[in-house]
Design a protein around this ligand. Sequence first.
Ligand SMILES: Cc1cc2nc3c(=O)[nH]c(=O)nc-3n(C[C@H](O)[C@H](O)[C@H](O)COP(=O)(O)O)c2cc1C
Length: 345
Amino acid sequence: MVNLTETQSRKDDHIRICLDEKVQVNQITNGLEKYQFTHVCLPELDYQEIDINTTFLNRQLNTPLLISSMTGGTENAQLINQRLARIAQKYGLPMGIGSGRVIIEKPEIASTFQVRDNAPDIMLLANLGAVQLNYGYNWQECLKLVEILEADALILHFNPLQECIQPEGDTNFKDLLTKIEQVCDKLPIPVIAKEVGNGISVKMAEKLINAGIQAIDVAGMGGTSWAMVESERAKNPLQKELGKTFANWGIPTADCVRDIRQQYSEIPLIASGGIRNGLEVAKMLALGADVVGLAYPFLKTAMTSEEAIEELVKLIIAEIKTVLFCTGNKNINSLKTSQNLTINN
Ligand SMILES: Cc1cc2nc3c(=O)[nH]c(=O)nc-3n(C[C@H](O)[C@H](O)[C@H](O)COP(=O)(O)O)c2cc1C
């Protein structure tokens, strides 16, 4: 694939930097270490009967695990998407695709994002930066993107910090809410609001829900730091330093989930940002998430092989089931209502 556009080469930069550089948040955590499950020595359950099915946006899911939005646009990205999609299909995992702005700019590269051939049955989430609604994109482009990908929902991502540090950042976030309202109103599928690693507060959730957003992915702080990723791509010393200063900026994922769930008992809620194993997935479910997303761990394994992705999924499933067993819960619903998760003293 020759003549990459700026957006395409940015996607390859992101993959390379996430894999090769130190861009994981390193001073603050996802907030989960302060929570602990109470061990149950007599579960009175048969492990074989443990069920980790769940429901999200009226869809039945085999596993409450999401492959978070990452990439598309280049040959490398296509390989990653296809490997992830085949495992998503095999295990019934929902999957997000990377931001599809470049599909509208250059429709001939749509195939690098399209995964339906490999994953005909999964819940597939298209993705676009919300700020693009201020840069020539409107609900018609959103609909086109969803149709090209045959997606079941659209994620609008919010990334103000990343745009500040990105050399070519789009920083006009003015009057976006009414445009978001219009997208929610016109699209025949649910629209999900997502951050990219800095978190969504209750106050922001309230604005978005009132605008018609049907689900929230908090994408909180604790994992991949987009300030650090963009610092690595910086074209001048100021941008480089700016990214470093904000390396640990944001709301820890656990705090976002706990606070939004306390305020909104019904909103479909995805926990993501710094989740690295099935014990953490289970803690997020107990805090009120319906589905839990991982990006970096899936990227890392996808670069190795399909088998590596599958090993990761199997391990996470075993970890979730072990939590259910050792807390005496037969299914996810029971885990959510059991109040087994307590704050450390
Ligand atoms: C290589 C890469 C590309 C990403 N691209 C997107 C994107 O296009 N749209 C989006 O909403 N999030 C994107 N993300 C952010 C992730 O979806 C996620 O919110 C963030 O990385 C935090 O999760 P993690 O700590 O598990 O990596 C990307 C992440 C990675 C690693």
